[in-house]
Design a protein. Structure first.
Length: 421
């Protein structure tokens, strides 16, 4: 009896020791797991709206993740049921850092959290199907052509940006497939109709890009112009911002261009023979800037233009985000909303809202009972509750009753009431 007892105790002791060693090993492996992201490279693909449930391994890599991080993200997706239902779920994946999540969040086509996901699933939006009937060369398609095939306007724009990033041509089916906005299912539908070689010819991209170089005036190029010269979206934006903000809108000579930190010495030497700075353009630019200085103390934040935001000193990304968010809201009710806009330089925007007045008298406001369906479904503050509001007000045409049935968080209710009578 005693021998049997001691054998059992010894067995339990060995088992506990094995479990303790296993726990130590796995926790150490987790601590050593590299959660830092790949440093941004010159060839980062421009971001646009995407559904994380539709991305394959390569498309996650195109977003800037390492192979190990992609594996972790996909395993995490399996653990939660094989489908991301909200941005909140993605944020909890430990392989995605806080900074990377903030970079991707505006482009993720999912509700913010699980509560909003339930409201969103009340009636899921219908998806467009891809329709194609004949072979085509994707290099020849415009944004409108891609929309007719079945892509949204933002997706069409992203596809064209990706083509510009490749140097103005998709080159091969292999490269076309890497466009992260085109999921695997859609690629399989399109592939038989693509007039492109299956594989990318060796060094084809480099030769093609050099062949497309031609004389240009850096003072007349916009972001798309710099993209066509082989720069990434972010590099192009930095160059334009550097010219407009640091150099008062124009390069005096090629040395000014060389000083821009995103242009490497090799890239500058490649472009140098083609740089043609027109003195007339430089003079006109300088004169125009001096003559058109805006008095921002009288410019209404609900009517300020994209060009005026650039003139104030914001970069194109910040200016575009503010104009886009304002349009979706139907106008800002208070200045705090501007600071809550994604992808902005908050220090510069703080100066802006301190300088400029805000007139909110012309903003359309409704009750929950009278608000148009399109307005509810398109407004950032209402769209995830829109279907419920429309359903509840059929039986309960009373705002107080609808609020009691919605049961939204107090902070969401406060935002919504900014646009209600």
């Amino acid at each position: 009896m005693k021998k049997s007892y001691y054998q059992k105790v010894a067995f339990l002791g060995i088992l506990l020791l094995i479990l303790f060693i296993f726990q130590k090993y796995t926790s150490r492996e987790k601590e050593n797991f590299p959660v830092t992201f790949i440093a941004e490279r010159a060839n980062t693909i421009p971001l646009s709206d995407f559904n994380p449930n539709e991305l394959n391994d390569q498309q996650w890599k195109n977003l800037g993740f390492s192979e190990k991080q992609v594996l972790t993200i996909l395993n995490y997706k399996k653990i939660i049921g094989g489908h991301f239902t909200s941005k909140e779920q993605i944020k909890k994946c430990y392989a995605i850092s806080k900074d990377k999540f903030l970079e991707l969040e505006p482009y993720i086509l999912l509700p913010a959290n699980n509560q909003e996901a339930k409201a969103y699933s009340f009636r899921a939006p219908e998806k467009k199907s891809i329709i194609i009937s004949k072979r085509f060369n994707p290099d020849h398609l415009s944004a409108n052509d891609w929309m007719q095939i079945g892509f949204s306007d933002k997706q069409a724009s992203a596809i064209l940006k990706y083509k510009a990033y490749l140097g103005g041509s998709f080159i091969s089916k292999e490269k076309f497939r890497e466009c992260f906005i085109i999921n695997e299912k859609n690629y399989q539908i399109l592939a038989p109709y693509l007039i492109l070689p299956e594989k990318t010819p060796a060094q084809h991209t480099e030769h093609k890009l050099k062949a497309k170089l031609q004389p240009f005036d850096p003072n007349t190029l916009d972001v798309n112009g710099w993209l066509s010269l082989g720069f990434s979206q972010k590099q192009a934006q930095v160059i334009v911002q550097y010219r407009n903000k640091n150099l008062n809108g124009y390069f005096k000579n090629s040395e000014d261009l060389k000083k821009c930190f995103v242009i490497s010495t090799e890239k500058f030497e490649e472009l140098k023979p083609y740089i043609r700075i027109n003195p007339v353009n430089s003079t006109e630019n300088k004169s125009r800037i001096n003559q058109e200085k805006t008095d921002f103390s009288i410019v209404d934040l609900n009517s300020i233009t994209f060009k005026q935001l650039l003139e104030f000193g914001l970069d194109e990304k910040s200016a575009g985000s503010i104009i886009g968010f304002r349009k979706k809201l139907g106008g800002f009710v208070n200045k705090q909303q501007i600071l809550e806009t994604y992808n902005i330089d908050k220090d510069q925007v703080q100066k802006l809202i301190t300088t400029c007045p805000l007139n909110a008298t012309g903003i359309a406001k409704y009750t929950l009972v009278t608000a148009p369906e399109e307005w509810l479904k398109g407004h950032p503050y209402f769209k995830y509750s829109a279907d419920k509001i429309i359903f509840y007000r059929i039986s309960h045409p009373d705002d107080k009753k609808i609020w009691s049935l919605l049961k939204v968080k107090p902070e969401y209710e406060a935002r919504m009431k900014l646009y209600l009578k």
